[in-house]
Design a protein around this ligand. Sequence first.
Ligand SMILES: C[S@@+](CC[C@H](N)C(=O)[O-])C[C@H]1O[C@@H](n2cnc3c(N)ncnc32)[C@H](O)[C@@H]1O
Length: 253
Amino acid sequence: MDQNVGTEESIKRWERFADAYSQNHSEQGDLHKEVFLTPTLLSLLEKVENKSILDAGCGEGYFSRILARSGANVIAVDYSKRMLEIAQERTSKDIIIDYQYGNCEDLHFLQDCTFDVIVSNMVMHDLAKYEKAFQEMYRLLKNGGSFVFSILHPCFVTPESGWERTEDGKKLHWNVDQYFYEGVYEQPLGNNEKMLLFHRTLSNYLNTLIETGFNLEKIVEPKPSKEMIRKYPAFSEDFRSADFIVFKVRKNL
Ligand SMILES: C[S@@+](CC[C@H](N)C(=O)[O-])C[C@H]1O[C@@H](n2cnc3c(N)ncnc32)[C@H](O)[C@@H]1O
């Protein structure tokens, strides 16, 4: 695919897909977020009451609302205007969230050292210039503040990965190819839309975080809990391979 395709094209597609994408979200997120990401992010964030938190790439805002209901002071940024409209519509008047339009690669309208915590759920792989976004997150955090973000697991979800199946459709094993490919690729999402994703290797993510100045505190490869398996038995197959990875890094000067 044309390697000049970047964040602007990626966001155009999010703009078109915003309504359909948001339809799958409850106040716990979509199914994958409810099972894997929401519990993991909340456990890594720990106590959020009275903390100043940026939700970077907030989408339809479910996670910002969870944080605000728990007493956090939340600024939520997204680069899709339609996503922000939906987020605003879904936020009742008793919840205060400051929704702002912006690109995570350049959040110049936010001041240095503003946030105790930055959270970013499934956004960094949508950005052409993720290094810039890491630098912005570092700039915006107070000293000692933490940046918690989830992405598709780059070792298992690559431009060419998927189930190997028998002729009658039974899943044999999860195939991974093109791991060392670095750049943009298309991934079908929903019925009609192909979203843009930017693949990088695990070492690329880790080294860029280190070069930005972050200290790595924890990595989680979320698995479904027993409670979630009881609720959604189909997720048992997610013990075979990891779909997501979540990083907690800290700014310590
Ligand atoms: C997979 S959705 C996740 C939304 C939300 N974090 C959640 O967990 O529901 C990715 C979101 O990132 C936003 N996004 C993509 N690129 C962005 C960028 N450069 N700056 C800010 N937001 C961006 C999209 O508009 C979309 O709302």
